[in-house]
Design a protein around this ligand. Structure first.
Ligand code: THU
Length: 165
């Protein structure tokens, strides 16, 4: 038996002005997108913006439902809309942010496990890393350059295609 370490890396920025032009643009689109969230139950309004390889940006926000599991996170709304409308176009990056009605979000908003798994699917499909830009309302910004940094030991489609030896 042995214990081993799994390392992931994030790049931290103090302000949006430190980001490169593309990341800044995408984060601004995510900030804009949170305004259309339908989140009457949590009052936590998440915005996501997906940048495709063809330069198109597709946005999404969380859509809640009185029957709780019927709702969907902002990230999956954006990613599924991108795949539905631009099939075959790789996802280059995603920016995620949020606004809460009752408190200030001072740390980066991080995607839930299910959204990470969905991002991993498209990363594998298109062999793209998917850069992730995360921010709260104030505070630091995290950039994670590849989905494997967000979801180590991820389950991948290739696991279903192994040959018997
Ligand atoms: N939510 C997202 O949309 N994305 C995240 O990364 C975290 C959580 C939503 C789900 C729910 O509508 C609300 O935020 C509170 O959990």
């Amino acid at each position: 038996m042995k214990t081993f370490e799994i390392k992931t890396f994030a790049i931290e920025f103090d302000s949006i002005d430190e980001l490169n032009k593309e990341d800044r643009m995408l984060l601004k689109k995510a900030k804009e997108a949170h305004k259309s969230a339908y989140a009457p139950y949590s009052q936590y309004y998440v915005g996501a913006a997906v940048l495709l390889d063809n330069g198109v940006v597709v946005t999404g926000n969380n859509q809640e439902n009185v029957a709780n599991p019927s709702g969907l996170c902002a990230e999956r709304v954006a990613v599924f809309a991108a795949s539905a409308n631009y099939p075959g176009v790789p996802i280059k990056a995603i920016a995620i942010t949020a606004h809460a009605k009752n408190f200030e979000i001072t740390t980066p908003v991080t995607p839930c496990g299910a959204c990470r798994q969905v991002l991993a699917e498209y990363a594998e499909l298109y062999n793209s890393k998917i850069r992730t830009i995360l921010m709260g309302e104030t505070g630091k910004i995290y950039v994670i350059e590849s989905i494997s940094g967000l979801l180590p030991l991820m389950f991948q489609a290739k696991e279903l295609k192994r040959n018997k030896s």
